[in-house]
Structures are given as structure tokens and as C-alpha cells.
Design a binder for this molecule. Sequence first.
Ligand SMILES: *Cc1c(COP(=O)(O)O)cnc(C)c1O
Length: 223
Amino acid sequence: MEIKNNIQSILNILEPHNCKLITVTKTHPPEIIQEAYDAGLRHFGENKVQELVDKKDQLPEDIKWHMIGHLQRNKVKYIAPFVHLIHSVDSLKLLKEIHKEGEKNDRIISCLLQVHIAEESSKFGFSEEELIEAIQSDVISTLGNIKICGLMGMATFTDNEEQVRMEFEKINRIFKSLSANILPANMEMKELSIGMSGDFEIALESGSTMVRVGSAIFGERTY
Ligand SMILES: *Cc1c(COP(=O)(O)O)cnc(C)c1O
């Protein structure tokens, strides 16, 4: 019952912003995830390939699985046949690998480019300069089995709301400036994946179209 109530109150907040909920299910067993499914949710996100693949096999087939965590190139092949959206593309090398696996599976794999906006160096992603360089390099347009749908970012883990707001505003500014530019044919700026349990309401003010929320639905994770 609690999960259902948590979901409803989050959906109520997202609704006026036309923002989608990606339910982050990492560490939770299939029985618990099923509760979120029964409440009507279909977009689920995991941050580890093995866990994603295991859960996919134990849960309903119409779930759209999102890869939200750091992705190693040698693991792309395990999720390429079914993944709905990869949020965490942080290099052109990885993008090329996703394209290659997309080709093998005869599908176009949707991706977001992760932008490094946090203070912490532990977080992955392109800097603004690297992003522009990648887009101008002409490589992306040669990768016919990927589609870039937008950007993803993670703010610094801090209680300082102003800092979080500044970081989300930064990625929103990059998102908007790219939207106004001529992009490769297989790239559009449609989705901005920012906001987690602790900061999604701030992200909504910075143009988030997708929030990735786990603990606000399922409670704190115990690893
Ligand atoms: C775990 C995780 C989330 C969700 O975190 P919560 O604070 O539980 O909402 C969002 N994005 C990524 C990349 C994550 O790894």
C-alpha cells in the first residue's frame, strides 16, 4: 500500500510538468518491483547490467527497461537486444559499441548523453566542451543503429539546494543551446533526464522530462 501511495504522490507532482517517471528498482527483488508494476508503472531503471538482465527475465515482458548506471563496453551486448533507453552514454567509444550491437540485433538503440555537471569527480559524463567536440566530429551521424534522444545528468550529492539548482540549470542551458543548433540526423534534444528522489522537484524547475526515482518509492536501499 505504501509503495502505491508513494507512486501516486510522485505522479501528482510530475503531472503538471509533463515529466515521465523512471522507477529505479536497483537492489529490490522482483516481488517488490511487481507492486510498482501493478500500480501501473512500466518504465524501470537499473544501474547494473547483470541485475537488469536477471530482473528482466523474472518480470512482465511489457516493461521498458532503462540502463541508468555506468556501462562498460564489454557488457553492452547483454542489454542490446531489449534495452529501451541507455541514459549513461559517457564516451564516443561506448556509443560506437552500442551502434555495433544495435546493428547485430537489427534495432536502433535510443541513448542519452551523460553530462558531467556535479562537483564530484566520481560521477561520469562528457564535459560541455567534450560534448560539443563529439557532436562536431561527424562520428555520430555515421552510427545508424543508435538514436540520441537527449541528455542525462546527476547533481552533486549535497543538502545545498542552490548548488543542485545551479547544476541542473547548467545542463538545461546546454540542452536548450543544443536544441537550437543543427544536430546530426540521428540526434535530437527531446529528453532531459535529471532528478532523483532527493532533488527531482528542483529538476522539474530546470526542464526535466524524465526523473529517475528509487528510494522515494521503495524506501531506503539496504545493500
Ligand atoms: C540509484 C540511482 C537513482 C535513484 O536514486 P534515488 O535517490 O533512490 O531516487 C537515479 N539515477 C541513478 C543513475 C542511480 O544510480
